[in-house]
Design a protein around this ligand. Structure first.
Ligand SMILES: [Zn+2]
Length: 348
């Protein structure tokens, strides 16, 4: 694996993203959206822990480089352990941190990116990390010196969310002014059909984010914020959708399924409980002895037909309270059965 960043080729609705080795397409806005849905604290912990394990090596190399001329005997000593200052360059660092790719992919796996896309984005994060570790400002004890800013800067992440939700004030944010200063190298390349595409060389996560958000504004789609889990999502059928279709709290059900299932479950539970009660009241021996089977069967059947009607009507408007009070008012308690019986007798 080299450390040359990625190439983004602009298409109509997506970028072709390429590392020189792998290539895939990724729709506009999807990268920004998946970034907002990362569990940041866990991801930062994993990176910091990993780099911390290598921290001593990185720092030792720095020290060795600086004392090459003054303390050659120390260099000899370390060479015995296979540590050579001139052998640590960006490529070596990239190789050292490469095992981080698997945990990075795990953190990026939040419902929006496929495997190939996660591989390429985690590769971009690795490129930025190795670049930062190579810089003089790198301090392995301070993760803010090497972890990409979009992962550690909360204000920046909030800003990305505001932009994705197309909140008007987000355009006026000083952060946006800062982001607009980012310089990105662009060129024009022809594809195999002779069509020209704008092409960008990208070495860090923020530059890609800038381009992705610019493109996101040009498309008609807009994300919503899930009222259940607070993650951002693209509505599937209607712009007014309130719940996402991502797995809810590591369950196999989505927020959308859970929220809608919950509503219908409460109706079903209320109806089934009521049915059970009404059935028992009309099928106990002592009641049958008192009122007779014909009357009780008729009451039960009439009630179940009525109940189905009310169930459908109240469920349609999601009014569980009214459904429950209807159930309460029609319960076959002692008084009501007596009342119904009088009515029944008078009719005959
Ligand atoms: Zn959700």
């Amino acid at each position: 694996m080299n450390n040359n960043g990625i190439i983004l080729v602009e298409n109509k609705t997506n970028f072709t993203i390429s590392s020189g080795k792998d290539e895939t397409a990724i729709e506009y806005g999807k990268y920004a959206l998946s970034l907002t849905n990362i569990n940041y604290s866990k991801m930062i912990n994993d990176i910091a822990e990993f780099v911390g394990d290598f921290g001593n090596t990185f720092q030792l190399t720095d020290t060795l480089s600086s004392i090459q001329n003054t303390h050659p005997e120390l260099l000899k000593k370390y060479a015995k352990y296979g540590i050579f200052p001139d052998r640590i360059n960006k490529e070596t660092i990239h190789l050292l941190i490469e095992p981080l790719q698997t945990p990075l992919i795990h953190h990026l796996n939040n419902g929006y990116l496929d495997n190939k896309q996660m591989e390429l984005i985690s590769y971009l994060i690795l490129c930025e990390l190795s670049e930062n570790i190579y810089l003089e400002s790198f301090d392995w004890k301070d993760h803010t010196t090497y972890i990409p800013s979009i992962l550690i800067n909360k204000k920046l992440r909030q800003h990305i969310e505001d932009i994705l939700l197309k909140k008007e004030q987000s355009f006026l944010s000083p952060l946006q002014a800062e982001m607009n200063k980012i310089k990105i190298t662009a060129s024009i390349q022809l594809d195999s059909n002779g069509i020209a595409h704008t092409t960008y060389s990208i070495y860090d996560t923020l530059s890609y984010l800038m381009l992705d958000l610019q493109k996101y504004f040009m498309i008609q789609k807009k994300v919503n914020k899930c009222l259940s889990c607070k993650r951002l999502f693209y509505p599937k059928f209607r712009n007014s959708e309130k719940y996402c279709r991502l797995p809810h709290n590591d369950t196999y059900l989505s927020c959308d399924e859970i929220m809608h299932r919950k509503a219908s479950d409460d109706f079903v539970i209320a109806r089934n409980n009521a049915r059970g009660y009404q059935y028992n009241r009309t099928h106990t021996e002592s009641t049958i002895k008192k009122y007779g089977e014909d009357f009780l069967n008729k009451q039960y059947i009439d009630w179940t037909i009525d109940c189905t009607l009310h169930y459908d009507n109240y469920k349609a408007v999601n009014d569980l309270t009214s459904f429950k009070s209807w159930i309460k008012s029609t319960k076959f308690n002692k008084v009501r059965l007596e009342f119904l019986y009088q009515q029944y007798e008078n009719k005959i």
